[in-house]
Design a protein around this ligand. Structure first.
Ligand code: PMP
Length: 407
């Protein structure tokens, strides 16, 4: 919230908060115009509380195909107010006082307060950075889970683990071995898995996104969470969903029914039409789910080059629309302040937006308090931006570099 406000006040180029500044696909814009401007009065009124029937039906077909199982639209799918509310329902439904929830760091920032709000205790396990070979750019694949460290966090108090692949902020796409290690531990300890897969289509360089719910023993214990915001570049519509077995989703329905109850009907109708189109074009080059990652990979590569050229060492992401870069070489601009307990990257990001007009988010914001100081030399940039925005960011970085090198 603090950095979004600073960006609104000072930034000339905002690569901070994660949202596209390019338009959503025409077929989706046309679908929402039809939904609100058409003859059907019903689309202006309440629909089914747990999801507009056309949307849950197409989501069941789509995810049934991806997971290789028959899904019942009424019991295996629930529509939520963005992925955010699906997460909230999971924590409220399953986490009680005394329960522990394992969170892999760095993590999307709402997981920790949502666990605590439900009365649970978050238990953190960091991804560890292996030094890359000399001369090679860092990659999000250089951050890995140590299987022994992960295993040491599970106990009889573990209620669930939160998995986020592709991961915000690093862009790491978890590999089969890592997911199998998570799955083995969940089965062994009877733990649930809340799998936040909002960036499922945004994977690059031919990598594959693996769904943990498709691993042996995992369907019964996993809630898979998605978002039309990321899927169709419409973050403001706030249409998300949860997919899973009825034995879990029935409890999410109780929380949903007694909190928000319902999501906007017209937006659900338009997202249903978008999914219908994608179902028909599945795997074809015209599919938006194929086209969007192609375009974003190009944008990622531009931003990698811009940052590398000025000495902000980028960690090339395998997925998502975020990129983390090491700012150590820019330390002379914002000296360390031993008297401040604010993490260095947070002070740096504030200075950067105020003095250079470039907004980014400090990586320490994605770690728990105890670990923030160990990861305080990185910034997260969002590259889901128009070419002109990325070019403007490049101009700021180049001018900054020239200023630094002039005597
Ligand atoms: N999970 C992750 C990892 C995210 O990055 C976001 C959005 N930034 C969300 C969930 C929330 O998605 P939505 O906007 O659909 O609520």
């Amino acid at each position: 919230v603090e950095f979004v406000t600073l960006a609104a006040t000072y930034s000339k180029v905002n690569l901070g908060q994660g949202f596209p500044d390019f338009p959503p696909p025409d077929f989706l814009k046309e679908a929402i115009v039809r939904a609100v401007g058409g003859q059907s009065q019903a689309l202006h009124q309440y629909t089914r509380a747990f999801g507009h029937p056309p949307l849950v039906k197409v989501l069941a077909q789509f995810f049934g195909k991806l997971l290789g199982r028959d899904l019942d639209p009424m019991t295996n799918v629930m529509v939520t107010v963005g992925a955010y509310q699906a997460l909230f329902c999971c924590f409220q439904a399953f986490v009680e006082e005394g329960d522990e929830v394992i969170i892999i760091e760095p993590f999307f920032d709402c997981y920790e307060p949502m666990v605590r709000m439900a009365g649970g205790t978050p238990v953190f396990v960091p991804l560890r950075l292996k030094a890359p070979e000399a001369g090679r750019l860092m990659s999000s694949a250089d951050w890995g889970l140590d299987p022994a460290e992960l295993a040491s966090k599970f106990s009889e108090r573990t209620k669930a683990i939160v998995l986020n692949s592709p991961n915000n902020p690093l862009g790491k796409v978890f590999g089969r071995r890592e997911l199998e290690a998570v799955a083995r531990l969940c089965v062994e300890h009877g733990a649930l898995c809340f799998s936040d897969e909002v960036y499922e289509w945004l994977v690059y360089d031919g990598r594959q996104h693996l769904r943990v719910a498709s691993l042996p023993g995992m369907w019964e214990r996993t809630v898979t969470i998605g978002s039309s915001g990321k899927t169709f570049s419409v973050t403001g519509w706030k249409v998300g969903w949860a997919v899973g077995p009825d034995r879990l989703l029935r409890h999410l329905r109780t929380v949903h029914q007694n909190s928000v109850y319902h999501c906007a009907t017209a937006a659900q109708e338009a997202v249903a039409q978008g999914f219908q189109r994608e179902l028909e074009l599945y795997g074809k080059p015209e599919s938006y789910f194929m086209q969007l990652p192609r375009e974003l990979q190009q944008k990622r590569d531009w931003l990698v080059q811009s940052l590398a050229a000025v000495g902000m060492k980028p960690i090339v992401p395998e997925g998502t629309y975020f990129l983390v870069a090491d700012i150590s070489e820019f330390k002379s601009d914002v000296p360390e302040d031993p008297s401040s307990d604010e993490p260095y990257d947070s002070r740096f990001a504030k200075w950067m937006v105020k003095n250079k007009g470039l907004a980014a988010i400090p990586l320490s914001a994605f770690f728990c308090d105890a670990h923030k100081s160990s990861y305080s030399h990185f910034l997260r940039f969002c590259f889901a931006k128009e070419e002109a925005t990325l070019k403007a960011a490049n101009d700021i970085l180049q001018a900054w570099k020239r200023e630094k090198s002039s005597p």
